[in-house]
Each structure stands twice: as C-alpha cells, then as structure tokens.
Design a protein around this ligand. Structure first.
Ligand code: UDP
Length: 459
C-alpha cells in the first residue's frame, strides 16, 4: 500500500498494578518517541494506577465498565488487591463480554482477544508477557517433558530438561496448573493464557537481552516464536511514583544511611505474607543486626480487626534501625537509593527488574506461579540472589520460613566476599540495563524492530 497510515496500538492490561503500570509505560514509550498512537483501555477504578506526568497528552486512556451484574461480580471487584480463585471464572466471563467495543487488545491473561481482533480483519495481537522470558521457557519445558513425574517426593531435586543452564527445581515449586489437577478453573485459565502467548503474533517482554540472553535465544530459535525485549520500562518514566505520605520520610531517612547498608522488604502489590510469618521476619531482621525498611500490608484477619500484628515491642526495639511502611511504598525510588543494600522480594517480575535496575541483590521469597522460576533466574543463572528457602504460599503454616533462615540469608547477602561479588554483578547488570535503553542499546533496537514489524504488517 502506497499510503501509510499512522499505527494505532491498543493496550488492554489485566487490572493489577504489576500489569497496568508496565504496560502503560510501554504505551507511553511507543507514543512519545515513535509517533505511534497508543491507547490504554481499563476500567474507571483502575485509571489511578496509570501514573501520568502532569499535562500528558501522549497517552490516550479509554475507560469501560465491567458488566458486573451480568457476570455475577461484586461492584468494583477489579480493584481487588488479589483476585481470589472463586472470582476468577466470573471475572473472565465479564471481560469476554467486553469483546464488542474493542478492536485490538492484549494481556496474556485475556486469551479471548485474538478472536475479537480477527473480526476486524488482519489485526496482529501481541502479548504483553508480564514476567521473565526465562519463566516462560521453563514453564514450556515443564509442560513438554514433565520431569516432576519421575521424582518420588515433592522435595526431590531435578534438572529442568531442555532448558539451558542446568536449572534445578523441586516438584513443590512447579505451578499447580502444570503438576496437579486441583483448581480446574484456575488451571484452564492459566493454560489458555500460556497457549495464547505461543499462538500470538509475538511477545513483548519487559526485560533486556543481556539479562536473559540464553532464554531469548531459546524462545526465538528453539521454541520458534517472536519476542521483543524492550525494558526495563521503569527506567524511562515516572517523574514521581504514586506513594503514600511516608515517601518523603522514608527517602529522607535513607539519606542519613551509609551506601548499601539497608535491607528493603516488600512482597509486591497484591500479597501480604501470612500472619504466621510476620513474627519470623521481625525476629530474623532483628537477629541479623541490619537496618531495614519493611513494607507491611494488612492480612485478612487484620483488616477485619483493624490492627497490625507485629510482635510486641518490635518497633520500639528497632527504632532508628528499622522503618515500617504501612501501605504503599515508593518502591522504584527506594530501590534506586544508594543506601539500599539488598531486597527481600516475593519474586514478582516488576520488583525483580526494578532491583536489577537499581543494582540491588535479592533475598528470594517466592510464593506462587512464575515466582519460583524468577527465583531460579536470579539465584542460579545470574547469581545475584540468595534463596530464603520458601515453600508455596498454599503450604504456609506447615512449611513456614523460620527466623534463623531469614537471619542467615540476610547475613549472606549483606556481609563478606560472596555478598560483595553479588553486589558487583548486580551493579554491572544495572549498567547494562541503562545502556540497553539508550539509543543503539539492545532494548531500544528491539523496540525499533517491533515497530518496523508492526508497520509492515498493518500499514
Ligand atoms: N509496588 C510499589 N509499592 C509497594 C508495593 C509494590 O511501588 O508498596 C510496585 C512495585 O514497584 C512493582 C509492582 O508494584 O512495580 C509489583 O509488581 P510485581 O510484578 O513485582 O508483583 P505483583 O504485585 O504483580 O505480584
């Protein structure tokens, strides 16, 4: 076609902070630097999760209401801090009912999108994959080779067949939907999402080549699918992160600390650790003697009782040494602060990438889904993290992490030669992340390749 039209890309993120925020960043990146029209579609209640610089005219945001009543969902349910299993099915039904008004959309958790896009002709559907490409490759090898069938116990270690890097895992760490038949609704939801990734036109990943190059090569050359690495997108944005009023206080507090001397503890946007773990974390941090910032979210019981269950006297004893943030922390700004020496993380992909970008090594405490894979990337492949020895969150109470394991992991990541080596490796990766986003860098080039590919196939 002689006349080239302006490319219009529509983004449909799953309504959770870890999806909306990076997808909006990608949308803004595309429209601000490449003259593309980018529209993010979400529900009115989720608009505040899109951080927008004042007077931003670059990003278009369209809102659409979920058909709550028709789908049997409680009003406003899409702002849940975690989508519970019983709501999952109804939620999917509600999003499917939205098919009519859309032309093109994409989040791996909305696998109905290609059917909708097909109605409007040859519109390619690209999946925004909200985790590491390593996790997708590992999950695919699990599905193909089922190595967990050949072990006799949940805790027997096996090497993931087919996957580069001799990655060691246990059956109890494999996603439930792969290894077990329980929770059939959730299983088919995730299975369809993974299938959608592989069947789509290609995958956009918030990652950079130098971080996972074996796995980008594997995904493209062995599994034979298209993928573009365009991150870390958190590096190219946010004048100011949305934050609670502690922002000022906690950054000022960090300014008074020596470089690499404070541990940051946070379990993501949706998860709060079970109550039984709060005491162990407190004891482990105290025993380690290290300084810390700990983001504490209310557990279900606490929400009901309107109280925060930290061990008695803990805050008084650690005054000056530790800072508790109740609610939302300015995580990106915290991880970029030079006083931060390590990060205790639930292994959500955005959190891990933000830690890498800030040059901060990690203590890994995964709970479910892709988080165990992300842990293996950081501890076994990149060697910039120490595992705390966490079991699946569904096994909590039974398999709690004890305070002395936390103390040990904290000491290992903060003190001595091994800690120094991990820190150096992470700082090198942080440098590579920045270079990748600059003109001519690996992520910048892949973004250009993505736009070229889309322009060729659409305009
Ligand atoms: N986050 C934050 N403050 C908090 C908790 C989380 O800014 O107190 C942000 C964090 O920076 C990250 C996102 O929320 O960008 C969490 O995404 P991730 O993929 O790590 O985990 P999820 O919450 O999706 O499990």
């Amino acid at each position: 076609q002689n006349q080239r039209r302006r490319l219009h890309i529509v983004f449909l993120p799953f309504p959770a902070h870890g999806h909306i925020s990076p997808m909006a960043d990608v949308a803004r990146l595309l429209s601000s630097s490449h003259g593309i029209k980018a529209t993010v579609i979400t529900t009115p209640l989720n608009v505040p999760l899109i951080s927008q610089p004042p007077n931003d005219v670059v990003l278009h945001i369209k809102t659409i209401d979920l058909p709550y009543a028709e789908a049997g969902l409680p009003q406003g349910c899409e702002t849940l801090t975690s989508l519970t299993l019983d709501l999952c099915d109804a939620f999917q039904r509600a999003t499917i009912m939205l098919q009519g008004p859309f032309e093109i959309v994409a989040d791996m958790l909305f696998p109905w999108v290609p059917r909708s896009a097909a109605k409007f002709g040859n519109i390619p559907t690209i999946v925004f994959y909200a985790s590491s490409v390593f996790s997708l490759c590992a999950s695919e090898c699990m599905r193909l080779y089922r190595p967990y069938d050949d072990v006799s116990t949940d805790s027997e270690v096996f090497v993931v067949p087919g996957l580069p890097g001799e990655i060691r895992m246990m059956r109890m760490e494999v996603e439930d939907f792969v290894a077990k038949s329980e929770e059939p609704e959730f299983r088919s939801f995730i299975e369809e999402a993974k299938e959608f990734c592989v069947r789509s036109y290609g995958l956009v990943v918030n990652s950079f080549y130098e971080l996972e190059h074996h796995y980008f090569d594997f995904y493209r050359n062995v599994l034979g699918n298209k993928a573009w690495h365009i991150g870390p997108v958190s590096l190219c944005k946010r004048d100011k992160e949305e934050a609670s009023m502690e922002e000022h206080e906690c950054l000022k507090w960090l300014d008074t600390k020596k470089p690499n001397s404070v541990i940051y503890v946070c379990f993501g946007s949706m998860s709060s650790v079970p109550e039984s773990q709060l005491g162990e974390i407190a004891m482990g941090l105290e025993a380690s003697g290290q300084q810390f910032i700990w983001v504490v979210r209310k557990t279900k019981k606490e929400e009901e009782q309107e109280e925060w269950l930290l061990p008695s006297g803990f805050e008084e004893r650690t005054q000056g040494k530790g800072l508790i943030i109740r609610g939302w922390a300015p995580q990106v700004l915290i991880l970029e602060h030079e006083a931060i020496g390590a990060f205790v993380t639930h292994c959500g992909w955005n959190s891990m990438l933000e830690a890498v970008s800030g040059g901060v090594p990690m203590i890994t405490w995964p709970g479910y889904a892709d988080q165990f894979y992300n842990e293996k990337l950081v501890t076994q492949v990149l060697r910039i993290g120490v595992p705390v020895g966490a079991k699946k969150w569904s096994r909590f109470e039974k398999d709690d992490v004890k305070w002395d394991a936390i103390e040990k992991a904290v000491k290992r990541i903060m003190e001595g030669e091994e800690a120094e080596e991990m820190r150096n490796r992470t700082k090198m990766l942080a440098q590579k992340a920045k270079e990748g986003m600059e003109i001519g860098g690996s992520s910048c080039s892949d973004l250009n390749a993505l736009i070229q590919d889309l322009t060729m196939s659409c305009c």
